[in-house]
Design a protein around this ligand. Structure first.
Ligand code: 7MF
Ligand code: ZN
Length: 879
């Protein structure tokens, strides 16, 4: 734990490493009281380094140093300095072997960084800087070494011993112990190191690559989860096939392993040949996982697998380049998910996350560029900006280059940089070189934080039959960054004629063949585009498919939005028009007071969605979701949360009451019956059915209640069971709610993933209050040491139950601050993430903002604050 003020790390201070490590020989002796780690490094001076001092510095964290030898000779106390977080040897030769012996206590490691124990098994998490909690090492991604790892443990307790690469030797030891040795032929940074030891069952499968190599696929899980591996295994094979077909990337090792662990700070980790997953992101059966979970698992398995090329074969030079691997890999996994299901639905989901949460981050105190230039604690920079905005930036390159040149660029990137640790600039350069396009101005997307605002105004000249768009862009100031330059924005659009048909677009003075959609390239602060041959004022369909991560400002009328909702050939924009209309209606209630009339055309638009079976039902299921409170808050300049909550609820009540018959018909039309399948059609049907049920219970409909109870009892899958439970929990049928919640818990209490769902349905329910959330934390199934439980109770409360979190008396804020202070002592990474909602205090005017700030100050004043929480709290209180 930190004792003095944390240091800031700057990109401008990057220097190549003074020493390189070619080979690492590790020996782990695992015991119940701790673990001894013997590490022998083959070190040599880096010829590229200007540092000729002869001084070797290794990183360390919470280590007990038991031995230190240079070329086989013990170092005397005067020949080295153990500074705790650093081991310094002032004078080393050009090339040498260094042996370090450390003692660590995985069983007491609650931070879940480095080597720790989860449900009786040993496992590791080394990204970003966890390897230094295992042994002293140059813990930076540009030091790449070949690893050989021998694991020794009690055979009965730990029959399975895993590390990266291939198993090359195994045998028995004295005292009922055994060992396995693993060798990874690919040099890698230490953040990709992994070790697992436990009593696990093995599920095997295989995959034949495009060149005919047979890859051994293995999953390791606790015996009780043996029947929950199929979906992840199938997802893995689909990912491997897809990466060959779309990116020409073949898997390189002979074995690929996946391990599920219950206690994990994040979703999953791409360790070379040995991916480790949070159980809730990999295990699934029809009985225990919802459709959403199945889809998330497919995406995460793909994401981690894709890292084998975008991350492992080509890795990051330093952690400022994190988006090099994360932005690109998220882009790849979204393309994959789009190909596996509905492209439009996937785009809607990605954009919803981006606009709700990443835009909020980009407008808050932690705003940072996709390639940051400084940080205190790198764990805090695994953000939506790095991941989601980073993916959008790659997606824009794809849009600008087109699929063929993009593929040429990615081939060049992988070929040119295979085995290297590189920068986001190297990525852009490869795209430029392969395509011949100039991306100089485009690079600003990596350097400037903040969400650009694109303002569009239009004018129709009937005499000339010309329609003109005036488009301006501005990039807002963010903490520490002002006076920004225009960015290179691909702006896709179409125009619709009065009959609802798309117009052929012909720009004045442009020879390109007329097309129904164009990607305009905005590179300056302002542009004018004139379209000729336009017979009547058209309706513009702007930023189709969300072609850039920007806010569009255009004075939409409700007529235009209704028109686009039913006519836009771009499915994404049809959905977006519906969202804009709903936002406009809700906002007008916030402004005009709760008794104001609700736009009648909203009801007819929703009626149309509910009744026209000719519409794409997956899209309809999305269109029926009202914009979330979080999104409405994000859009508001000075959000009044209680008013927003009441206005949104009133619109929902109004729609549900007016459309009761249609909702019932929709429910029955989509009533399951058939066997559970994971096709987009079936998922859409279940979503529609559960949405209809939720709306009916929202207004306390008695028939809806009967349907929910029946669905709960008859369900043969978790999607339907949880849909019914959620509808009841969010209703005023208190007795049913309590009864069904009890029954659910009794039935599923032994399954941690289902208990997480049970927790989050309650903590996220707007009918629940803070007392109920506190009661959940007293529940036997709650466990402070398990990040999933903390997230599903406290995180879901603060992130989704916004009316309660923003309670007028400030109790929600004080509650969250209390939990952050408590958790910081055991798990700083999770504590820092949990604190995020409070950091947005400036956005909330008057009392609320002050209450949030006061809560943050109570965190700031905690004795022995971690670096993780320190950075978040100080940045949000600063200025
Ligand atoms: C899909 O990126 C998208 C994002 C770091 C841990 C997984 O592979 C990862 C790891 C964090 C946040 C999100 C994701 C991951 C991490 C993630 C997972 C699946 N390298 Br932190
Ligand atoms: Zn990743």
């Amino acid at each position: 734990m930190r004792t003095n003020q944390p240091q800031t790390v700057y990109l401008s201070e990057y220097r190549v490493p003074a020493y390189l490590v070619d080979h690492v020989d590790l020996r782990f002796e695992l015991f119940e009281e701790g673990a001894r780690v013997h590490s022998t490094l083959a070190v040599r001076r880096n010829p590229e380094s200007a540092d000729t001092s002869g001084r070797l510095e290794l990183d360390g964290d919470s280590l007990v140093l038991e031995g230190l030898q240079l070329d086989g000779r013990d170092l005397e106390p005067g020949q080295y300095e153990n500074q705790g977080d650093r081991l310094v040897i002032p004078e080393v030769p050009e090339q040498f072997g260094l042996t370090v012996v450390t003692w660590i206590e995985p069983q007491n490691n609650t931070r879940l960084e480095g080597l720790y124990k989860s449900s009786g098994m040993f496992c590791t998490q080394c990204e970003a800087e966890g390897f230094r909690c295992i042994t002293f090492f140059p813990d930076r991604p540009d030091v790449m070494a070949r690893f050989r790892t021998r694991i020794e443990a009690d055979r009965a307790g730990y029959p399975v011993l895993l590390s990266n690469g291939n198993d090359v030797e195994r045998g028995e030891l004295e005292g009922g112990r055994h060992f396995v040795t693993w060798e990874d032929p690919f040099p890698k940074p230490c953040y990709l190191f992994a070790l697992v030891a436990g009593d696990l069952v093995e599920k095997r499968d295989s995959f034949r690559t495009c060149t005919g190599r047979e890859i051994d696929l293995r999953m390791y899980v606790e015996p009780r989860n043996a029947d929950k591996c199929d979906h992840a295994m199938d997802s893995l094979k689909r990912s491997m096939r897809w990466d060959e077909a779309i990116y020409g990337r073949e898997y390189d090792l002979d074995i690929f392993m996946i391990v599920a662990v219950d206690d994990f700070n994040m979703g999953a980790m791409e360790n070379k040949g040995l991916n480790i997953f949070n159980s809730s992101c990999v295990l699934a059966s029809q009985d225990t996982a919802t459709d959403a979970t199945f889809q998330r698992i497919e995406a995460i398995v793909a994401h981690e697998y894709f890292h084998n090329w975008s991350g492992n074969r080509v890795t990051c030079r330093d952690w400022f380049q994190l988006s090099l691997k994360e932005g690109f890999t998220v882009f790849r996994d979204s393309q994959f998910s789009a190909d596996m299901g509905s492209t439009t639905v996937k785009r809607i989901e990605d954009v919803t996350l981006l606009r709700t949460a990443q835009f909020a981050e980009d407008g808050g105190p932690m705003a940072h560029p996709v390639r940051p230039s400084f940080y205190m604690e790198i764990s805090n920079f695994y953000t939506l900006t790095i991941y989601e905005k980073g993916a959008e930036v790659v997606r824009m390159i794809h849009t600008l280059l087109g699929p063929d040149l993009f593929r040429k660029g990615s081939d060049l990137y992988f070929e040119r940089h295979d085995g290297q640790a590189v920068t986001t600039d190297d990525f852009v350069k490869a795209m430029e070189d392969a395509s011949g396009r100039d991306l100089t101005r485009f690079r600003r997307w990596y350097e400037q934080a903040g969400t650009p605002v694109v303002t569009v105004r239009d004018e129709y000249d009937e005499a000339r039959q010309v329609y003109r768009l005036d488009i301006r862009q501005t990039v807002p100031d963010t903490p520490g960054q002002t006076g920004k330059q225009p960015q290179h924005i691909p702006f896709a659009l179409g125009l619709l004629g009065t009959d609802g048909q798309p117009l052929a677009l012909k720009l004045v003075g442009d020879d390109a063949l007329p097309a129904e959609q164009r990607v305009l390239e905005l590179t300056e602060a302002s542009h004018s585009f004139e379209f000729e041959g336009v017979a009547a004022r058209p309706v513009p369909s702007l930023l189709r498919d969300f072609s850039a991560p920007v806010r569009v400002d255009y004075p939409w009328t409700r007529e235009q939005l209704l028109f686009l909702m039913s006519h836009d050939p771009d499915g994404f924009n049809r959905w977006d028009a519906g969202q804009r209309l709903a936002v406009d209606v809700i906002e007008s209630l916030v402004d005009a007071g709760e008794d104001a009339e609700i736009e009648p055309r909203l009801v007819s638009a929703y009626r149309h969605l509910l009744t026209d079976e000719g519409l794409d039902q997956a899209l309809v299921a999305k269109m029926l979701q009202l914009p979330s409170e979080a999104y409405l808050i994000e859009l508001a300049a000075a959000p009044r949360v209680q008013q927003i909550y009441r206005a949104r609820t009133r619109v929902m009540d109004h729609l549900a009451a007016a459309l009761r018959e249609e909702l019932l018909a929709c429910y029955h039309r989509n009533n399951g019956g058939a066997e559970y399948r994971l096709t987009s059609d079936d998922i859409a049907r279940r979503t529609l059915r559960n949405t209809a049920l939720g709306w009916l219970l929202q207004i306390g409909d008695a028939e809806g209640r009967e349907l929910a109870l029946r669905q709960y009892h008859d369900a043969d899958n978790m999607t339907d069971r949880l849909g019914a439970l959620r509808a009841l929990v969010n209703s005023d049928y208190h007795e049913d709610r309590e009864q069904v919640l009890d029954a659910f818990y009794q039935r599923w209490q032994d399954d941690p993933q289902v208990v997480e769902l049970w927790f989050s349905v309650q903590s996220g329910s707007t009918r629940g209050n803070l007392e109920q959330v506190r009661a959940l934390m007293e529940h036997a199934a709650f466990d402070w040491k398990n990040p999933n439980k903390v997230r599903s109770v406290i995180g879901v409360f603060a992130g989704q139950n916004l009316a309660a979190f923003h309670a007028e008396d400030g109790s929600g804020y004080r509650f969250l601050a209390e939990q952050v202070r408590h958790l910081d002592a055991s798990n700083p990474q999770i504590a820092a993430r949990l604190a995020t909602p409070l950091t947005r205090w400036r956005k909330f005017a008057s009392v609320h903002g002050e209450q949030m700030k006061a809560a943050l100050e109570t965190i700031r004043d905690r004795e022995g604050l971690s670096r993780d929480v320190y950075e978040v709290v100080h940045k949000s209180l600063a200025g």
